[in-house]
Design a protein around this ligand. Structure first.
Ligand code: HEC
Length: 257
């Protein structure tokens, strides 16, 4: 893994977390723990588990490349462009759904999208693209265009008890504002670049999480109806935000509060 890149990116994140005037997002103790974890991201072990699972259930990197119809050499660039429209699935899918398809093709019962085994395995696959630039193409075909439009709509529409949308807290005019001690993060390539830093290790949850799982965290916190993993709306939301962070250099697993 390209640790140098990872550390540079995470230090940028650390300084953005201390933003927000007197109210710091992290206590000094948390900050010290964060610095220590940078040296040794606990998620590295989970990613290693993911690599083993991919070998056991999917034929490793070679099996995955074959299933996707690309050479092993082209796999990193190809992975850096997910979610994608894949013909066999007849829909736009994330890496985790591809892995489910491959597992079942190989005669295994697919891991659930919400299982830690799936988080580990899809995180490992995403690390194959480390050092590449996130390169999603929302104009690749009409399915991607539709997914982007649906994602934007899902992001902008107030869907909860408090009348909030994702955009209420993540639009460019509120970024950096402090909400209950947490500065509102910029999700684009100018900020935390979600597409390039998830799956990530969440220190507050002591576990590795995928980007859609992180979305569900905000849905729960902000009382927005929780969208199921793998649903067209959820994949579309991932397409929308991945596009906002397009061009950022991928450094996975991220380390998150
Ligand atoms: C009530 C305000 C609020 C709403 C609404 C909200 N968020 Fe958030 N979001 C936050 C805050 C605050 C954080 C930072 C929390 C932290 O650091 O633990 C955050 C963090 C995130 C992150 C992680 C950023 C990182 O560090 O990588 C993602 C991704 C995200 N939100 C996506 C969404 C999506 C998608 C929606 C809509 C479904 C949404 N949020 C709705 C307040 C909100």
């Amino acid at each position: 893994m390209k640790t140098g890149i990872k550390i540079a990116l995470s230090i940028a994140l650390l300084s953005s977390l201390s933003f927000g005037g007197e109210q710091f997002a992290m206590s000094d103790a948390d900050r010290a723990m964060y610095a220590e974890m940078l040296e040794n991201n606990p998620a590295d072990m989970m990613v290693a588990n993911g690599e083993e699972l991919l070998g056991e259930y999917c034929g490793g990197d070679a099996g995955l490349a074959k299933f996707l119809g690309v050479s092993e050499d082209d796999l990193p660039k190809y992975i850096a462009g997910f979610p994608r429209y894949i013909k066999e699935f007849k829909q736009v899918v994330g890496v985790d759904q591809v892995l489910q398809g491959l597992m079942s093709k190989n005669g295994h019962k697919p891991f659930k999208l919400k299982s830690s085994d799936m988080f580990d395995m899809s995180a490992y696959v995403k690390t194959l693209a480390n050092g590449e630039k996130s390169n999603i193409d929302i104009n690749a075909n009409k399915h991607m265009k539709e997914a982007y439009a649906l994602g934007e709509k899902t992001y902008m529409t107030p869907r909860g008890g408090r009348g909030l949308s994702c955009n209420s807290c993540h639009s460019s005019d509120v970024i950096g504002t402090v909400l209950r001690t947490q500065p509102l993060p910029d999700l684009s390539a100018k900020g935390v670049a979600v597409a390039a830093t998830w799956p990530g290790y969440r220190m507050t949850k002591s576990s590795l999480r995928t980007l859609p799982r992180r979305f569900q965290g905000c849905m729960n916190n902000a009382l927005l109806a929780v969208i199921p993993l793998g649903s067209p709306e959820m994949v579309a939301l991932e397409v929308y935000l991945t596009h906002q962070a397009k061009g950022a250099e991928i450094a996975i697993p991220g380390l998150k509060r």
